[in-house]
Design a protein around this ligand. Structure first.
Ligand SMILES: Cc1cc2nc3c(=O)[nH]c(=O)nc-3n(C[C@H](O)[C@H](O)[C@H](O)COP(=O)(O)O)c2cc1C
Length: 221
């Protein structure tokens, strides 16, 4: 690929005070994000989901390969099918595949193999990572740092959902091969995350958990 032309960076010129205020305000806002498992079935305009996906698609990626596909599901029958298939895998996880210590670590969340939210939330977004790309003749084209890139795009996606006043859950009903089959995705795509998106239920409650302190998560040199 030829070298792209360079263009001036679009950026705001801010004072130090403004930068401090902006960083504090953003922390205040993002720290209110929580994983939600109890959704309202209230509809969401399609354009909201489009903006959220465009935000996710603006993420950085190895060599700008953008190795991701977002499948958006609002069809009732397909959501029911996905719930059924996810619960089959999750039943196996909770009744054998998960280690005792894993189950102990999940206990405080009160989760089990029942995934009602997969039918209630108005939208499901399934994120696929493109392990490699395909050229027009079906030949393999390399992607770089695929997990890192798709993980960052999912971070953008989750943040955009929160910023829009909606909620989501980072869901991994593993193994997730059933999603590739159910959604007819090509062999170079592997399901990465499943995110129900919607408003929280009126009486929604979340586990009372704490985040590690700055001292615990950072070392300054
Ligand atoms: C990679 C990943 C996979 C997760 N998988 C599940 C899942 O399958 N089911 C679930 O209920 N929560 C899942 N979670 C949500 C976590 O339980 C949740 O993020 C954690 O308890 C912290 O809560 P918070 O998101 O409200 O801060 C997952 C989170 C991540 C980052």
């Amino acid at each position: 690929m030829k070298k792209e032309e360079f263009i001036p960076l679009e950026s705001q010129k801010l004072s130090e005070k403004e930068v401090i205020a902006k960083s504090e305000n953003y922390y205040k806002k993002i720290s209110k994000r929580r994983s939600v498992r109890d959704f309202s079935d209230k509809e969401i305009p399609r354009e909201v989901i489009e903006s959220i996906l465009k935000a996710a698609g603006s993420a950085p990626s190895g060599a700008n390969k953008q190795p991701w596909t977002f499948c958006v599901i609002s069809n009732t029958e397909l959501k029911s099918e996905i719930r059924k298939l996810a619960e089959i895998e999750e039943y196996e996880n909770y009744h054998g595949r998960m280690s005792d210590s894993w189950k102990e670590d999940l206990e405080h969340l009160g989760t089990d193999h029942i995934k009602e939210f997969l039918e209630i939330a108005p939208y499901l977004i399934v994120v696929f990572k493109k392990v490699y790309d395909l050229d027009e003749e079906g030949g393999k084209l390399q992607n770089y740092y695929v997990n890192e890139s798709v993980g960052i795009a999912c971070g953008f996606l989750i943040t955009a959902i929160h910023q829009s006043g909606l909620v989501t859950l980072t869901h991994t009903p593993s193994p997730m091969k059933f999603l590739q089959t159910a959604l007819g995705r090509p062999k170079n795509e592997k399901a990465f995350l499943l995110l129900p998106v919607g408003y929280p239920a009126t009486d929604c409650k979340v586990p009372d958990i704490e985040k590690k302190s700055l001292e615990e998560i950072s070392f300054w040199f």
